[in-house]
Design a protein around this ligand. Structure first.
Ligand code: BJW
Length: 225
């Protein structure tokens, strides 16, 4: 049986990483236009880099939770019949053992040059003065994350996996951001059974064949068992 799992911010919430749209979420204290668009970066790269630098620093103190670990174990059992698509920019899935995964909204631990698109690992802070390791230009290093209006990563692999899977599971995502939110619909059209795991109902819940409610750290390990 081929399984595709889509995760969102809710799976990392119990590790201490804030979601975006819940109360006290990241978007409550920030304007999305300011910190998650190219225009916002162009206006104030220092502010945007500081926002992501803080979040990158936080990765050093958080740990994967039981939900991340359960998905790592599921992948061990299913091997190439499993694909994890995450919208999350943290590295908690990898630290819980996931290998077959696509970060469709990029990764905090990478930086990208706006001039030549060179992507390189980024363990520390990005500052506007940083120089690109490839083209040597200044004033252009940004986090390698996908902002609104940009094309998510891995879409060809994602579309192929979604159309071929037998089971599609969405975990801890509000289903409000495209194109991730449309993957469940596509999987269903191609014959997959849909399961949603979330602490609350979402805008997309009605599409799912089964909805499991509760904190991901409890529900995901139970579901995997
Ligand atoms: C728990 C829990 C617990 C809590 N246990 N559950 C009009 C104008 C301009 C653009 C558009 C427009 N209309 C549509 C668009 C497109 C746009 C879009 O969708 N906008 C909507 C918001 C309106 N999308 C894009 O621009 C995307 N690109 C695109 O479409 O390109 C065109 C294209 C399409 C197809 C092919 C080729 C080209 C890009 C989207 C990029 C999103 N980027 C962000 C920021 C990343 C960087 C960063 O981290 O800062 O990605 S936005 C943010 O939202 C982040 C997330 O990955 C994403 C999804 O959020 P998520 O994960 O669902 O989190 P929340 O907070 O929304 O939900 C948390 C859930 O967890 C809740 O349901 C809780 O109940 C639950 N939960 N605790 C279980 N313990």
């Amino acid at each position: 049986m081929k399984v595709v799992v889509l995760t969102g911010a809710g799976i990392s919430a119990e590790s201490g990483i804030r979601t975006f749209r819940d109360s006290n979420g990241l978007w409550e204290g920030h304007s999305v236009d300011q910190v998650a668009t190219r225009i916002g970066f162009g206006r104030d790269p220092g502010l945007v880099n500081r926002f992501y630098n803080q979040r990158r620093q936080q990765l050093g103190v958080v740990q994967p939770n039981a939900a991340h670990r359960a998905l790592g174990e599921l992948e061990n059992a299913l091997a190439d019949d499993f694909l994890l698509i995450t919208q999350n920019v943290d590295d908690l899935h990898e630290r819980a053992g996931s290998v077959r995964l696509i970060h469709m909204h990029g990764e905090l631990l990478n930086k990208r040059c706006i001039w030549c698109s060179f992507v390189s690992p980024c363990a520390g802070d990005i500052s506007p003065e940083d120089v690109c390791g490839k083209c040597s230009r200044e004033m252009g290093m940004r986090p390698d994350v996908v902002w609104f209006g940009e094309t998510p990563y891995g879409l060809d692999r994602i579309q192929a996996a979604v159309t071929e899977c037998d089971l599609f599971v969405a975990i801890g995502t509000s289903g409000l951001v495209e194109p991730a939110s449309r993957l469940a619909t596509k999987a269903k059209v191609y014959g997959a059974r849909l399961v949603e795991i979330n602490a609350a109902d979402t805008a997309r819940s009605a599409e799912f064949d089964e909805c499991l409610r509760g904190p991901a750290s409890q529900v995901v390990p139970q579901w995997v068992d």
